[in-house]
Write a protein that binds this ligand. Structure first.
Ligand SMILES: CCCCCCCCCCCCC/C=C/[C@@H](O)[C@H](COP(=O)(O)O)NC(=O)CCCCC
Ligand code: ADP
Ligand code: CA
Length: 550
């Protein structure tokens, strides 16, 4: 816990009917119960509370609460005394279970009004000095995401907190798919905002991501269609209020899918850098991805579930079961460039957590590489012998640029993946029996290692490509055309007229279906920032929450 430093205020104030010694430094607001000194320093740490100034939401001056006045002399005298006193209330972040944050309050009663005003003024001054906090936000709400609760969640749980913290907003409720993306690309006057907030699921986040990255590249004269371009990082942070079906990006960066927790991370101005994969097909841009790029099982689950949108989040369970039973595998060639000179492997026991040293180390290494790239153009041109190739039949090809933790798999698809290390974990699940695939899937929900199976391999990579096997020329087609060939063309050679695996799956790109199967994927280290701080370690939680150590 941070040392208090020079005191800006120190007074004896009351919390309810108890006297406390209250102090304010640049980093901490502390209140300690007044008890006899012999007892005070030895035990009862619960008598001392402390809140980081960076986690104070607001402070307001108010009349001291009082019981009803019955007109008696004693009550009149009490009221006269009370008129001279004033209270101020501090709202701050309180940590609950499972990474949840709540807004707690404490009211301090001051002996006179001028002391109260000095306290309020000092705290406001410290809050104003926190330059990372957003003042004006652009908010997009998808009213149709998840259980269609986006509007209600924002109005009831988020807007009151923003108002309390003095954060002003421009709110746009989207009217059609890609409304937010297109507004950000061309119309939004971004200079006036300190961040963009999306209320919805991973698909809605994807819209904001695409709008912001595209706008940034155009403003900086970078060609987003070239897979070789070093993209310009986005300056505006993105906040996610979870109101979708999976909400994996929120869960993996905050540790929980809770709108109040996310709103508080936005208010305190957290910042979490994040890698972004660009996905190209034949040198033309398709999409960006920050979480899962999945071909085979997860691609099929997504395409099937799109037809069941009316079911809400339960569509994934039904499509998941259906695709598990269907047991399709797909043939193709995966080539990848192993990430070099980095810390960490996909089989590490360590996890990406708040203030992750792996992300810091690798992020710096990539920044230096970026600078070198400018000086020496040959630095980034990968020679052919660095590429590795795997051909085969796959049930699933997954690239997890972060853990992809979500309520379905709290440890994630790749539990040791990092949010901001410039790499993605390429997971290849080869054709195996249904029983073995079930073992692999179930391990996502238990302590067992889902990679410790003979038919699964995982590589930490900075770039990869996939080409489906069937008729190489098909891979140049877009999916609808390829599907047509599949339906009307001859059935595959290896499996004559048995109704077995189709030639093509589709890619699930952060919950959006890609319409090409042959893709070229490159990781861009720390291209965007979220209003988040990564998942906090439990030990940090214990230290930061009051009571404080004396
Ligand atoms: C028998 C036990 C099986 C347990 C399987 C556990 C594996 C689940 C992995 C889930 C990974 C999720 C990665 C995130 C994907 C989302 O981006 C995407 C869209 O989300 P949203 O826009 O909020 O709807 N969700 C999915 O693709 C759903 C995958 C569900 C798979 C069953
Ligand atoms: N007003 C709207 N009407 C219809 N679709 C929308 C609207 N706004 C956003 N979308 C689209 O809805 C899809 C799903 O949104 P998302 O918020 O991710 O919910 P879910 O998690 O349930 O999939 C996204 O592809 C997004 O582009
Ligand atoms: Ca990563």
């Amino acid at each position: 816990m941070e040392r208090p430093g020079r005191l800006l205020q120190l007074s004896e104030l009351r919390v309810r009917n108890t006297a406390y010694e209250v102090s304010l430094s640049r980093s901490l607001l502390t209140w300690k119960k007044r008890v006899s000194s012999s007892v005070y320093h030895t035990f009862k740490p619960s008598l001392c509370h402390s809140v980081a100034v960076s986690e104070i939401i607001s402070v307001r001056e108010e009349e001291e609460n009082s019981s009803k006045d019955d007109g008696s002399w004693r009550k009149i005298r009490e009221r006269q005394e009370r008129d001279c006193r004033r209270a101020f209330t501090v709202s701050y972040v309180e940590r609950g279970r499972n990474h949840r944050w709540r807004c707690a309050e404490v009211s301090f009663i001051c002996p006179d009004a001028s002391l109260c005003q000095r306290w309020v003024h000092s705290i406001l001054e410290q809050l104003a000095a926190l330059s990372c906090r957003p003042k004006h936000l652009l908010v997009y709400i998808n009213p149709h995401g998840g259980k269609k609760q986006g509007n209600r969640i924002y109005e009831q749980k988020v807007a009151p907190l923003f108002a309390q913290a003095g954060v002003t907003t421009q709110v746009i409720v989207t009217e059609y798919a890609n409304h937010a993306r297109d507004h950000l690309r061309t119309d939004a006057e971004l200079k006036q905002f300190d961040g963009v907030v999306c209320v919805g699921g991973d698909g809605m986040f994807s819209e904001i991501l695409h709008g912001l990255i595209w706008r940034m590249q155009l403003d900086s004269a970078v060609n987003p269609n070239s897979p070789e371009e070093a993209l310009q990082p986005c300056s505006l942070r993105i906040g996610i209020i979870p109101a979708g079906s999976t909400d994996c990006i929120c869960f993996a960066t905050v540790g929980t899918n809770d709108p109040v927790t996310s709103a508080l991370h936005i208010i305190v101005g957290d910042s979490q850098p994040m890698d972004v994969c660009s996905v190209h097909h034949n040198d033309s841009f398709l999409k960006y991805s920050v979480s899962l790029l999945g071909y085979g099982f997860f691609g099929d689950v997504l395409s099937d579930s799109e037809r069941k949108r009316w079911m809400g989040p339960a569509r994934y369970d039904l499509s998941g079961l259906k695709m598990f039973l269907t047991h399709h595998y797909y043939e193709g060639t995966v080539s990848y460039l192993p990430a070099k000179g980095i810390m960490g492997t996909p089989r590490d026991s360590g996890r990406c957590r708040s203030g992750c040293v792996v992300c810091e180390y690798n992020g710096e290494a990539f920044t230096q590489k970026g600078e070198k790239y400018k000086l020496d153009e040959s630095f980034d041109t990968e020679s052919d012998d660095e590429w590795r190739t795997v051909r085969g039949k796959f049930l699933a090809i997954n690239a997890a640029s972060m853990s992809c933790a979500c309520p379905r798999t709290p440890k994630g698809l790749s539990p040791a993946a990092h949010l901001a290390d410039g790499t993605t974990d390429l997971i290849l699940v080869r054709k195996c029996s249904r029983f073995d695939f079930l073992r692999h899937l179930i391990r996502h929900t238990s302590k067992d290692d889902q990679f410790d199976l003979a038919f699964v391999e995982v590589h930490r990579v900075s770039r990869f490509r996939f080409v489906p096997r069937q008729c190489q020329s098909d891979s140049d087609l877009n999916l609808p055309e390829a599907h047509k060939r599949q339906i009307f063309g001859p059935l595959c050679r290896d499996h004559p007229a048995c109704g077995c695996s189709p030639h093509y799956s589709s890619w699930n790109c952060d919950g959006e279906v890609l319409n090409h199967t042959a893709i070229d994927v490159r990781v861009h280290c720390q291209l965007i920032k979220l209003f988040a701080r990564g998942i906090e370690e439990m030990t940090v939680l214990e230290e930061v929450t009051s009571p404080c150590a004396i």
